[in-house]
Design a binder for this molecule. Structure first.
Ligand code: FAD
Length: 401
């Protein structure tokens, strides 16, 4: 599957962060993780720290799947508003999903501080504005509900939006909790740390062709016939994980992002918050630590990669126009643009854990706009599942829920 167009900003900015060998002999470990994106890296993190001998394997270069294309806003607010999620999955599960995402932001921040590499992690407020007047009542209901349940939110009137953000919108929710990161750099940093401190092995340019059950566990065989023998397998293949599942769990979209040339100024709006809106599909924005503005969104249903990429030019112009409508005085010049595919699910929540009929194979599928925070949750949960520790939230993200 072609996951993204060629030149996402993070890949160009960081280049080849580290190199890893391909598989050239038979290997053995406790747990093999297929996929070296942010999901594979964060799962390796938790499993390696729990004492398991882990091997991570990827058919591409490390981190160059969807992770390299990610715009990497870390939000506890998922694509489905909390009040709607309650209707879909019940109050307890909805609240716990939001709370787990909130904790995941801190967990990622903590990992960034342990790996001691600059992964551009910054805590940032997150602001969601009402795109239209008619969206205000629903947004206010969301605000009241979140406030009642202890989420760190503030209501902004049209005047406050204008004062803090410099554009005119009818109202907004301002959340204190959010963050941004460089997911590609974080992936490498986490894997490097695991290699150095826990003996984790990472092989890239190694496509797993067969997963075969044996008496001793599994043999994962690559296209050259080399294999990895392991007791358990983690599937962290991003949107290519669907191939291992008997039923369809993902809904694919094409999405687009642009990054400006660097600006002279450092401060663009209130604390350089993450910004998004209530319209669907939504526009979102963040800043980068080299004084650029990143804008994304304008999603459409995914048909194929050629069509997705053919629309890039048109989508760049649309994103630029949307930004200009908010900030007409800012001279936004697009420096980088790219298209990506991403998967959503029926309820906006990820799938984590074993699938019926596939024992000892664990899925870390952080599908949805919050893929990175979901990956952090998946890593921790899979570690609990494998170590036999009861995780009281595991049922929220199970298959066939
Ligand atoms: C444009 C864009 C913007 C986004 N913005 C955000 C955002 O702001 N915030 C957020 O939280 N999320 C965001 N996401 C989602 C987030 O980026 C993804 O959820 C996340 O990167 C997925 O990581 P992953 O490790 O699961 O998948 P990937 O990064 O795709 O990694 C999976 C890896 O598995 C490997 N693989 C697949 N099959 C095999 C095989 N058979 N053998 C070996 N290796 C295999 C692939 O090569 C790939 O490298 C965005 C996504 C896109 C595309």
């Amino acid at each position: 599957m072609d996951l993204r167009s060629h030149c996402p900003y993070w890949l160009l900015k960081n280049g080849i962060v580290h190199s890893y060998p391909s598989l050239k002999q038979q290997e053995k470990c406790d747990i093999a993780i297929i996929g070296s994106g942010i999901s594979g890296a964060l799962t390796a993190w938790h499993l390696a720290r729990a004492g398991f001998k882990v091997i991570v394997v990827d058919k591409r270069h490390v981190g160059t799947g969807s992770t390299a294309a990610s715009t990497a806003l870390l939000q506890y607010e998922i694509d489905v508003p909390l009040v709607d999620l309650v209707q879909k999955v019940g109050e307890a599960n909805a609240l716990n999903s939001y709370r787990l995402c909130l904790e995941a932001i801190d967990s990622i921040g903590n990992i960034c501080s342990i790996v001691e590499q600059d992964c551009s992690f910054r805590n940032k407020p997150s602001m969601q504005y009402a795109s239209f007047n008619k969206h205000v009542p629903k947004l206010h209901e969301e605000f009241e509900y979140r406030r009642k349940h202890g989420f760190p939110v503030h209501w902004l009137s049209d005047e406050q939006v204008s004062k803090k953000f410099g554009f005119t919108k009818p109202a907004a929710i301002l959340s204190d909790a959010g963050a941004e990161v460089d997911a590609y750099k974080l992936t490498h940093s986490v894997l490097q740390y695991c290699m150095k401190h826990y003996g984790t092995k990472v092989f890239d340019k190694t496509a797993v062709k067969h997963i075969q059950h044996s008496k001793l566990g599994f043999d994962l065989t690559d296209e050259n016939g080399f294999s990895i023998r392991c007791r358990k397998v983690v599937i962290a293949c991003g949107y290519e994980s669907q191939q291992y599942l008997p039923e369809k769990v993902e809904v694919l979209h094409a999405t687009y992002a642009i990054v400006s040339e660097p600006f002279e100024q450092r401060d663009f709006w209130h604390k350089n918050s993450l910004i998004w809106e209530t319209a669907n599909p939504y526009l979102y924005m963040r800043t980068t630590n080299d004084n650029r503005i990143l804008i994304g969104g304008k999603d459409v249903p995914y048909t194929n990669a050629t069509e997705r990429d053919q629309q890039l030019k048109k989508k760049v112009a649309t994103l630029e126009r949307s930004f200009a409508a908010l900030y007409p005085a800012m001279d936004f010049k697009t420096d980088f643009s790219w298209a990506g595919t991403f998967a959503g699910t029926k309820d906006g929540l990820p799938y984590i854990g074993e699938h019926a009929g596939q024992p000892d194979i664990y899925y870390a599928l952080g599908f949805g706009g919050n893929g990175i925070t979901f990956s952090a949750i998946a890593g921790e949960m899979i570690k609990d599942m494998i170590t036999g520790k009861k995780n009281k939230h595991a049922a929220i993200f199970k298959f066939n829920r």
